[in-house]
Write a protein that binds this ligand. Structure first.
Ligand code: MD3
Ligand code: FE
Length: 219
């Protein structure tokens, strides 16, 4: 077995394994767990420069999930629409740089799920508190859907829901816990998905919060 293959296998032995959710969609249970403290420290540092905020949808509703970004491009929404932009609209400054640890985790997870050479340029950071949710939607503001999306869950557990290419397609529920990583690509890249209302709880590293890092190649 080549060295890289052996290394991936040992990573799977150390964490919870790999589950196929749908064609192109893979859950890597516990894949980010051994880096949880460093990932959360990086989120905290990013949030000192680009504050978490509740953005407004084009329809005029304030999102219950608080968001910030790092990387060359950040996802934003306001009354004029959804888009990626290089500057934080709150401060006017460029988004904080993507930490090297985010890039490494994204590439390792994508590789483990069968997507080579994934180099994200955008990381949306979502912060959930009990009572908050993310309604069913598609991620379609990126330039090229051939790239996968890597999602990292930290803190309180959540129930993730995902459907299919059409809004009315049946929806499946998946429990996502601290350290779980999901890679979405190929046929499932444009599937509808969302997060059910977060239940209250207490996590030793994040308290009453869940963070989700969504690593994307947006530009
Ligand atoms: C399925 N975030 O920020 S990540 C989002 O947990 C978003 O905060 C959720 O959906 C969260 O847009 C879920 C999981 C995810 C991300 C992208 C997908 C699932 C996806 C793209 C296609 C299909
Ligand atoms: Fe999404």
């Amino acid at each position: 077995m080549p060295y890289i293959g052996t290394m991936q296998q040992s990573l799977f032995d150390a964490d919870g394994g790999k589950e196929a959710l749908a064609p192109g969609a893979t859950v890597l249970r516990g894949f980010a767990r051994k880096r949880d403290v460093a990932l959360l420290a990086a989120v905290e540092e990013i949030a000192t420069q680009a504050l978490f905020r509740h953005m407004v949808t084009p329809g005029g509703f304030e999102m219950s999930v608080a968001m910030t970004n790092c990387g060359a491009a950040g996802w934003v929404t306001d009354r004029t629409g959804y888009r990626y932009q290089a500057h934080d609209p709150h401060s006017g400054a460029p988004w904080p740089a993507m930490p090297a640890g985010f890039l490494a985790l994204a590439d390792e997870a994508a590789t483990a799920a069968g997507f080579a050479d994934f180099v994200p340029d955008a990381c949306l950071i979502n912060r959930y508190e009990p009572g908050t949710k993310l309604s069913l939607h598609q991620d379609k503001d990126e330039a090229d859907y051939a790239h996968p999306i890597v999602s990292v869950s930290l803190g309180l557990p959540a129930t993730f829901q995902f459907g299919g290419p059409k809004r009315g397609d049946p929806v499946r529920k998946v429990a996502l816990e601290h350290g779980d990583v999901v890679v979405w690509g190929g046929p499932s890249r444009l599937f509808h998905h969302g997060v059910l209302t977060l239940k209250s709880g207490e996590h030793p590293l994040t308290g009453r919060r869940r963070f989700n890092l969504t690593l994307r190649k947006a530009l």
